[in-house]
Design a protein. Structure first.
Length: 78
C-alpha cells in the first residue's frame, strides 16, 4: 500500500497535468478538478456506507439533501 498522502497524490497529478499541457495555459482548472474528484469520492463513500445516504452525508460533512443533489448530478442514484 502506498504511503503517499492524498495531498501528495494530488500535487503529483497536477504536476503531470501541467507537464502534459506542454506550456499551454490551463482554463477553468477549479471546476475541472472538482468534477474529477467529486464523483469518485461519492462512489467510494456510498460503497463504504452500503448506500446509506444519511451516514454518507455525515462522513462527508454535508447535508443529506446536498448529498442527494450531488448523487443525482453525477447520475449515481435514480
Amino acid at each position: 500500500m502506498s504511503k503517499k498522502t492524498l495531498d501528495e497524490c494530488v500535487r503529483e497529478t497536477l504536476a503531470d497535468y501541467f507537464k502534459d499541457l506542454g506550456g499551454a495555459e490551463p482554463h477553468a482548472m477549479h471546476d475541472m478538478v472538482m468534477r474529477t474528484v467529486e464523483r469518485p469520492l461519492l462512489e467510494v463513500v456510498m460503497e463504504r456506507t452500503a448506500g446509506n445516504q444519511s451516514k454518507a452525508a455525515e462522513w462527508l460533512g454535508i447535508n443529506r439533501n446536498t448529498l442527494r443533489r450531488k448523487l443525482l448530478e453525477h447520475h449515481l442514484v435514480k
